[in-house]
Design a protein around this ligand. Structure first.
Ligand code: FES
Ligand SMILES: [Fe+2]
Length: 398
């Protein structure tokens, strides 16, 4: 008879486990953290130009609450959102020709945080307004994005250009998507509800494409992804890439090349497996430790419009029932399903996680460089050298 007395002790149960942890150096990006300092050495996208028209836009970037606006002369401004007078948010401020005016007592700040008016003070604050400064960051606009530099001013690099976004030919345009551009979700999402790293490192996870996107749920992109790829990965000074090779049923062969650059950029080729180089560049920017923004810029034909993709026939992601999310999960469910912050102490990385190991090691190397007083990879000071060659794409042969 099977009684509990004569059964062997159970092993591997959840009882008595140590608390789970995550790699704080890679995950936390607030001011003063190792990753936060690394991220602050690069221009980071903080908003899309098309968002910044009349009213100021509220954003959270690397743990800091900011507002982005464009003054009446068209200059982009990025300021801490809390007014340095008595702290109300400049989100309720009014944009004027030469700056933004706080709604509470009317202090006005220009795009560099200088206080240029104090209407409640004698002579509009002449003599005292020069002594206050609203914390600000330098802002630049390119590719339809507003980038801010939030790091030490003396280490400010040139704003990187990306080869595949330069030279937009006649009949083409640059199209920006964000602030929650996530495969498997739709525009209803305000931001990515998990830590930046688990969202970004998915970019270099070629094997989940066969499982999650082509066999487990149903065919989310193209049937060809149902073939398990032969994968190689590699790295250079600036980042890493994988090559996923597939022999297709029709005799053609395809090398799918996806690239990342430290600390948080990426280029994913067409998920419809359209032949040719990748026509986009994206960034995953931490908002705080439990959420991120994701932006991308695409070079597309002039008449192209991004449709809200259907995740299952007839339904967008935001229209799916809970049961449908369970039966047909996509990238978003899998990544947010790792928890607000993936617990690295509980992972068991396998052979197919080679590129994940590689890019985590690469990030740690960049952190060390910053900590030892060097500049990290991909930081260029001359405008001419600040051009990165993008090599992503779906390359067919045979
Ligand atoms: S709180 Fe902004 S002007 Fe007083
Ligand atoms: Fe995916």
């Amino acid at each position: 008879m099977d009684t509990h007395e004569n059964r062997p002790f159970a092993t591997g149960t959840g009882y008595g486990r140590q608390p789970s942890t995550y790699d704080r150096d890679l995950v936390e990006a607030g001011p003063g953290t190792p990753m936060g300092e690394l991220m602050r050495r690069y221009w980071q996208p903080v908003a899309m130009s098309r968002q910044v028209t009349g009213a100021p836009v509220e954003v959270k970037v690397l743990g800091e609450d900011l507002i982005v606006f464009r003054d009446g002369n068209g200059r982009p401004g990025v300021l801490h959102s809390r007014c340095c007078h008595r702290g109300t948010t400049l989100y309720y401020g009014r944009v004027e020709d030469d700056g933004i005016r706080c709604c509470y007592h009317g202090w006005k700040f220009d795009v560099e945080g200088n206080c240029i008016d104090m209407p409640c003070e004698k002579e509009n604050g002449k003599g005292i307004r020069e002594r206050v400064r609203q914390p600000w960051y330098e802002a630049k606009e390119r590719y339809g994005m507003i980038f801010a530099y939030m790091g030490p001013p003396e280490r400010r690099p040139a704003l990187t250009r990306w080869s595949n976004l330069e030279d937009v030919p006649e009949g083409f345009k640059l199209m920006t998507v964000g602030p929650a551009f996530a495969s498997g979700a739709d525009a209803s999402l305000e931001y990515i509800k998990c830590n930046w790293l688990q969202h970004w490192e998915n970019t270099l996870d070629p094997f989940h494409v066969q499982v999650l996107h082509a066999t487990f749920s149903h065919v989310q992109f193209v049937e060809e992804f149902g073939i398990m790829p032969d994968v190689t990965w590699g790295e250079d000074d600036l980042g890493a890439h994988y090559v996923a090779h597939r022999d297709l049923d029709d005799g053609r062969k395809v090398d799918r090349v996806t690239c990342i650059w430290y600390p948080n950029a990426r280029s994913v080729p067409s998920v419809e497996l359209k032949p040719g180089p990748g026509h986009n560049l994206g960034w995953v920017v931490p908002r705080d430790d439990e959420s991120a923004n994701s932006y991308a810029v695409f070079k597309v034909p002039e008449d192209f419009e991004m449709e809200g993709a259907e995740m299952i026939p007839g339904k967008k992601w935001s229209e799916m029932t809970e049961e449908e999310h369970q039966r047909y999960p996509g990238d978003y469910e899998a990544q947010v399903g790792q928890g607000e912050i993936a617990l690295h102490s509980e992972e068991h990385l396998a052979g197919s996680d080679g590129a994940i190991r590689l890019i985590r090691a690469g990030l740690r190397r960049q952190i060390k460089r910053v900590e030892s007083g060097e500049d990290p990879a991909g930081v260029f000071f001359g405008e001419d050298e600040a051009l990165v060659e993008v090599t992503s794409g779906n390359f067919f042969s045979g």
